[in-house]
Design a protein around this ligand. Structure first.
Ligand SMILES: *Cc1c(COP(=O)(O)O)cnc(C)c1O
Length: 388
């Protein structure tokens, strides 16, 4: 089977992990802070908070921004469930914004329309979670204007977008947001096994997120309540936190993988450009322009869409899977899952996301896709399109 995505490990990565197993503390030790510094430097943010997944990073990010019972959080309808679940973990209400069919990202004009309506009802969101789908950044300048105008905070779910650029700066620099989240799940841009990170430029937010990642406990003298003695052993729990720490084993893998990120992206770019060339010639297939002016996608996913030809995602997925290609669908609109329907969401809530869901397919794009495999994928897609 040819997978849609796959991690890429070499001997250096394996040696880095073995080094920790031989000599390091196995839990969070010196490697995790080194990884945080490297990622923060790479994207141009001041601080990083490494966690055991992007899901836990999203959770502590919401909590650090004060999301709780009575808060409202909005995210994209076309995303993984974790972008929405993090709000529900905090007891907040969630809602979904429709997507733009040219970028598959949250649609800024639909967002603005929805914000005006919410304003008139006194139901504006407290936090917005845009998702940089497939590695292409949302229009963060537009979003920052809306955030000033309507007074919400912003967490970028950049799980797909490590290495991507917006306005010629790296996604994660947090120029237009409070916090940015990355995922290091094996299908993402770099692999830790499991892992995630929250980036921010705000000292107060990083302090809160790091404390929430480790039980809400601190031994930092500056944070202790009513305690003056300089005892090394003393600690206090200040919040209800979690055990969301990243281990040094995972951090070592991430640190080693990060060195190869630029190379990974350039390999993805070559393969994606080849797909672009082929599919641009095919009138009934739509693709994303991954290089609008000032944007650079990390090319985490390669999605094709059926134009008005009656063919569906389901037919294409069944066909490709039948020929040994594990194509996929990113994503089922989050609110159509049974759990979310149980909260009262109904079909028709975001029409573009539903049209996208009926017509989109994620095809294989990763560093280890061989030229022969890529030709095979293209041939099978042509075969499918040729069937009436
Ligand atoms: C993968 C992913 C997540 C969750 O990442 P984990 O590290 O697996 O928790 C969240 N949001 C999006 C958009 C993702 O693709």
């Amino acid at each position: 089977m040819i997978p849609y995505g796959r991690h890429d490990l070499d001997d250096q990565d394996i040696a880095a992990v073995i080094e920790v197993l031989k000599s390091g503390p196995l839990t969070q030790g010196p490697v995790v802070p080194a990884f945080e510094i490297e990622v923060a430097n790479f994207v141009g943010a001041r601080f990083g908070c490494a966690t055991n997944s992007a899901t836990s990073a999203l959770h502590v990010a919401c909590l650090a921004l004060g999301v709780g019972v009575g808060s409202r959080v909005w995210t994209s309808s076309n995303t993984f469930v974790a972008s929405a679940n993090c709000a529900l973990f905090c007891g907040a209400q969630i809602d979904f914004v429709d997507i733009d069919l040219d970028t598959h990202n949250m649609c800024m004009s639909d967002l603005e329309r929805k914000l005006r309506m919410a304003e008139s009802k006194g139901e504006l969101p407290d936090v917005l979670i845009p998702v940089h789908f497939a590695g292409l950044s949302c229009d963060m300048r537009k979003l920052a204007c809306l955030s000033q105008r309507f007074g919400f905070r912003v967490i970028e779910d950049a799980s797909h977008a490590l290495g991507a650029k917006f306005n010629d700066e790296r996604v994660g620099c947090c120029r237009y947001s409070d916090i940015t989240i990355f995922s290091f799940h094996p299908v993402k841009m770099i692999a830790c096994g499991e892992g995630g990170m929250a980036l921010t430029n705000d000292e107060n937010l990083i302090e809160k997120m790091r404390r929430l990642r480790s039980h809400g406990v601190t031994s930092d003298q500056d944070q202790l309540i009513d305690y003056q003695d300089q005892n090394q052993w003393y600690y206090q729990q200040l919040n209800l936190g979690y055990n969301y720490r990243m281990s040094d084993i995972h951090g070592a893998l991430g640190l080693s993988q990060l060195k190869k990120l630029n190379q990974f992206i350039s390999i993805r770019r070559k393969k994606a450009s080849y797909y672009d060339e082929v599919f641009n010639e095919m009138d009934d297939l739509g693709i994303i322009n991954s290089h609008p002016e000032g944007y650079e996608s990390s090319l985490h996913l390669y999605v094709i869409r059926q134009k008005q030809n009656g063919k569906t995602s389901k037919q294409m997925l069944d066909f490709l899977r039948g020929c040994g290609i594990t194509a996929n669908l990113h994503y089922i609109p989050v609110y159509l899952h049974p759990y979310y329907r149980g909260l009262g969401f109904e079909q028709g809530h975001c029409l573009n996301a539903e049209l996208y869901f009926r017509t989109a397919t994620t095809i294989p794009l990763h560093t280890q896709l061989t030229p022969d495999q890529q030709e095979y994928v293209i041939q099978q897609i042509k075969n499918f399109q040729a069937v009436v």
